[in-house]
Write a protein that binds this ligand. Structure first.
Ligand code: ZN
Length: 186
């Protein structure tokens, strides 16, 4: 019988799916039997449905990250909601939502929750998207913040690609060797 407390981390990848990065992320996850949650953009799903299909077939979870990566504070609640609905119309249902930039107005958040979504933020940000930061810096940022149960945010985007390709394999290897498992959001 397992007596130890389970060690689990939740990897999340925002802004995909794109052919340049997402299939590579899937390969890395597979090496460690890791499951993850992908907060996708509707506009990218529309362009690359076959990649989204692969994400799903490999057992990962998807989340709604709006269709156009909206800045909530620049649009009305109605416009925001319409963008979320435009994602839904692609036919991929999900109970998870993450606002782009980690921000939207409280009225927007309320409307999203009323639609039945669970809004998921994170507690560890890799800053992989910041091209002024080195991969080593991003890795240290992650290693210094992770605790059991952490939700970690990465990006399967072109901006983040340089850092992600260095940091993700190290994070997977490091925490696997410490006995952690990687799961999709509960
Ligand atoms: Zn985003």
């Amino acid at each position: 019988m397992p007596s130890k407390k389970e060690k689990v981390l939740y990897l999340t990848f925002d802004d995909g799916p794109i052919p340049e990065v997402t299939p590579w992320v899937l390969q890395q996850l597979k090496k460690y039997q890791a499951q993850a949650t992908f907060f996708c953009l509707g506009k990218n799903i529309e362009k690359h449905p076959e990649i989204l299909q692969q994400v799903k077939e490999e057992g990962h979870q998807i989340g709604n990250h709006t269709f156009h990566h909206l800045k909530g504070w620049e649009v009305t609640t109605e416009e925001y909601l319409q963008d979320v609905i435009q994602f839904e119309k692609l036919g991929y249902s999900t109970a998870y939502f993450r606002p782009p930039y980690g921000k939207c107005t409280s009225a927007q958040a309320k409307a999203i929750i009323q639609k039945g979504y669970k809004i998921v933020m994170w507690d560890v940000i890799s800053e992989d998207y910041d091209q002024n930061l080195s991969p080593e810096h991003c890795l240290q940022t992650v290693l210094s913040q992770v605790k059991n149960g952490s939700i970690i945010i990465f990006h399967d985007s072109l901006k983040a690609e340089k850092n992600l390709r260095q940091v993700l394999p190290k994070v997977l290897g490091h925490y696997s060797s410490l006995g952690y498992v990687f799961k999709k959001l509960p």
